[in-house]
Design a protein around this ligand. Structure first.
Ligand SMILES: NC(=O)C1=CN([C@@H]2O[C@H](COP(=O)(O)OP(=O)(O)OC[C@H]3O[C@@H](n4cnc5c(N)ncnc54)[C@H](O)[C@@H]3O)[C@@H](O)[C@H]2O)C=CC1
Ligand SMILES: O=C(O)C(=O)COP(=O)(O)O
Length: 350
């Protein structure tokens, strides 16, 4: 006889990945007695991005939230969200949660203090698009050094070779690259760089560098002084905001290139612009900005020594396809009975 499932899992999709795509790999892995309720976040991509920027800066309570379905809270065992924020007040209406999960690696959009207090594990999706970001980082460094964008633009606008670049066309091989942050993305960037015969310096107070051949851990000031290319891969937290302020930027060599595919607020953007304008820093490669989309009259738009991309580093077909399956495995590990991998109470599994 068929009985109604007594435990529900709410899956909240977003404009990047639908609830159906998120739920598909999870459903067949769930133990008996669980049912999935799919709910799409009915807002446009632009607004979703804006809500998430607000959340990353100010925490989930600052977001404008779309209403979630009215479910029997006593039966709600888990919630899976993409970028949709989950505030303390939303979570407090669900007293029987066994887990909360997000398709993202970052968990800024979830009030984890509330979960920690209740001992509910928060499952995140570390590394879901790390390869996408790592490849993009290396590609945009190479593109910048060889002026690929300018060449393309020159041909598109009826010309041929672009105006000769000030420092000529540079090779990556032989350069000293400094990675600030050595988590999922930073470690992969180091691996991808190995084939280019670069010297790699790392500054990350918490990373274990053993097992990573060819990288040397150094204090941040040393990295900033020595690197030809500094690439940022730390997460944005209150502690890492303006990790590179004016004083740190002044340690960079005059020929140095600053690369940021992580978060704009890791750097004092105004101080960076000033230094690129007056030539104290040779150039920058930026995928992330204090305001996105970048305002039309922003000085970065016209600086010749800066290569820009519209927050694209993590967006690949492979990353989006891989993420729901990767997360489903991680959720099921939390739901499994004792003896299997279980997150620390209130902690993140990964
Ligand atoms: N542009 C894009 O499309 C995307 C950007 N990102 C960004 O890429 C960055 C890296 O992401 P993941 O590698 O997944 O993060 P992760 O959490 O795996 O690694 C971050 C690392 O930063 C380190 N860290 C913390 N404080 C530090 C400090 N003061 N100095 C140096 N290192 C410090 C941590 O120890 C950790 O190893 C994040 O900012 C993330 O938001 C991620 C995905 C897409
Ligand atoms: O910055 C982006 O575009 C991201 O995709 C961040 O996602 P994450 O939290 O690293 O999974």
């Amino acid at each position: 006889m068929l009985t109604a499932p007594d435990r529900l899992i709410l899956v909240i999709g977003d404009p990047f990945v639908s609830a159906a795509a998120m739920a598909a790999p999870l459903r067949p892995l769930l133990p008996a007695g669980y049912a999935v309720v799919e709910h799409d976040w009915p807002i446009a991509l632009e607004e979703a991005v804006e809500v998430n920027r607000v959340v990353e800066r100010a925490g989930p309570d600052a977001a404008r939230l779309a209403p979630l379905p009215d479910l029997d809270a006593e039966r709600l065992a888990g919630v899976v969200t993409g970028f949709h924020p989950l505030t303390a007040s939303t979570l407090s209406g669900w007293p029987r949660l066994s887990f909360v999960a997000t398709l993202r690696a970052g968990t800024e959009h979830i009030d984890d203090a509330e979960l920690r207090r209740r001992g509910v594990p928060l499952v995140n999706n570390a590394g879901r698009n790390a390869n996408a970001v790592a490849e993009f980082t290396v590609a945009s460094i190479l593109g910048h050094l060889r002026h690929v964008g300018e060449g393309h633009h020159a041909i598109r606008t009826g010309g041929w070779r672009p105006t000769a670049p000030k420092r000529g066309y540079q090779e990556l091989s032989g350069a000293t690259v400094g990675l600030v942050g050595f988590g999922a993305v930073g470690a992969l960037v180091a691996r991808r760089l190995r084939g280019f015969e670069t010297r790699v310096l790392v500054s990350d107070p918490w990373a274990d560098l053993s097992g990573h051949a060819g990288v040397r851990g150094v204090p941040l000031p040393e990295l900033l002084r020595e690197a030809d290319i500094v690439s940022l891969h730390a997460r944005l937290t209150p502690q890492t905001r303006h990790l590179l302020g004016a004083a740190e930027l002044d340690l960079l060599a005059p020929h140095a290139l600053l690369v940021n595919t992580a978060r704009a607020e890791l750097v004092d953007e105004e101080a960076l612009v000033e230094r690129v304008v007056d030539g104290r820093i040779a150039g920058a490669v930026l995928d992330v900005f204090g305001t996105e989309p970048l305002p039309r009259d922003h000085p970065l738009r016209v600086l010749p020594s800066v290569s820009l991309s519209p927050h694209l580093a993590g967006s690949t077909v492979q990353a989006r396809t891989r993420a729901p399956a990767l997360l489903a495995e991680r959720i099921v590990a939390v739901l499994r009975p004792s003896g299997s991998q279980v997150a620390a109470p209130g902690g993140s599994l990964l």
